[in-house]
Design a protein around this ligand. Structure first.
Ligand code: GLY
Length: 362
């Protein structure tokens, strides 16, 4: 495309990554079109909204730490920008998270994870049982706990609503349809939609989460992504029923679970992790989440059971995200954010937007 400047961009995928990239591009003055059959209803809708640069890193994923820390640092500004663009407060809460183990053996597992985090320079504070009881009186009596001061949360549903409002305010067109094919032509990119004809643009971004790859991307070197199902539960707070004040991450009988409180007194409990792509919640997973969370937070019995939600985490083979240009420099992919899509969204947005704008130099 010579030295032509990129002026119009089609973003395929209206999840947290696609919408964040679209907002970044639109705020820089580009004409942006987002294409998604159900914008904002992907994995982010089912998520709990943890912004966990420390606790979500599994052994072997340490090379992600620097990006996670950078993304975490950029979150306050990102939340402010979404508010400024579209007027929505996304419920960013800088409360830190507490780590606990239900049994003595679970506590030893948590202590081992804490030692691994500290070895990478992450700050983790130890809490005695009495300190935990002071700070989180709604929890079961536990001998020890740890505080991760840098692991925060956001209300994921307010976030997608806020991004949609921001996009509208920034003049972005949102097309509720499925992109069936991408055709790279000499004069631009053609996106073939299932029902609404073709969209033509100078460049495009693929942010399709765990969905199957769009036809036409086979020859572009798109990394493979597989779905990893996660089920979360939403429990409603009833007339002042006490809930934890911050995210609680627990190991219960060697399995992890988390409880993320909302300002309205409700609680999100998560999550299963299943190598499955069907969007269904199995009763066994719901039972295990309730059982595990009840062991550390017995007050769960007093909350209303409102919803079991299902999301498909998009995972690459090595569980590391890919944000880069494909063989045709006018096509940028932002994929595979796996367990950290919400946290990494502002970083993915800045990186992908930079790549799109540089495509004009091709
Ligand atoms: N980031 C939380 C989860 O993937 O369950």
């Amino acid at each position: 495309m010579g030295s032509t400047r990129v002026e119009s961009v089609g973003v395929v995928g209206g999840g947290v990554i696609g919408m964040s990239i679209a907002a970044e591009l639109a705020s820089a003055g580009l004409e942006v079109i987002v294409i998604d059959p159900t914008p904002g209803r992907g994995a982010t809708w089912a998520a709990a909204g943890m912004l966990a640069p420390a606790a979500e890193v599994a052994p072997g994923e340490e090379q992600l730490l620097a990006d996670l820390a950078e993304a975490a640092a950029s979150w306050p500004r990102f939340a402010d920008r979404i508010l400024a663009w579209g007027g929505c407060d996304v419920g960013y809460r800088a409360t830190g998270s507490v780590l606990v183990g239900a049994s003595a053996s679970d506590a030893r597992d948590v202590a081992r994870s804490v030692a691994a985090m500290r070895a990478t320079g992450i700050v983790v504070k130890s809490l005695r049982g009495d300190e935990l009881a002071d700070q989180e009186p709604s929890l079961a009596s536990l001998r020890s706990a740890w505080l991760l001061p840098g692991d925060h949360s956001v209300d994921n549903r307010r976030l997608v609503a806020g991004l949609l409002e921001a996009l509208k305010a920034l003049g972005t067109r949102i097309i509720e349809d499925r992109c069936e094919r991408i055709v790279a032509e000499p004069k631009g990119i053609r996106l073939v939609l299932e029902r609404q004809g073709d969209v033509r643009c100078d460049a495009c971004v693929l942010a399709t989460g765990a969905a199957a790859a769009v036809a036409g991307t086979e020859s572009l070197g798109l990394p493979g992504v597989r779905p990893v199902r996660g089920v979360t539960l939403r429990l409603g707070g009833l007339s002042g029923a006490p809930i934890p004040s911050r995210t609680i991450r627990a190991v219960v009988d060697a399995s992890p679970c988390y409880l993320v409180p909302r300002e309205d007194g409700s609680l999100v409990v998560g999550a299963t992790s299943e190598e499955q792509g069907r969007e269904i919640a199995l009763a066994g997973g719901v039972h295990r989440l309730l059982d595990a969370s009840r062991r550390v937070f017995p007050g769960i019995d007093e909350l209303s059971f409102d919803e079991a939600s299902v999301g498909l985490r998009p995972a690459t083979e090595d569980h590391l995200p890919f944000v880069g240009t494909l063989r045709d420099r006018r096509v940028v992919a932002a994929l595979g954010h796996y367990r950290n899509g919400i946290l990494l969204a502002p970083l993915a947005a800045a990186t992908a937007a930079g790549l799109v704008r540089r495509a004009s130099c091709a």
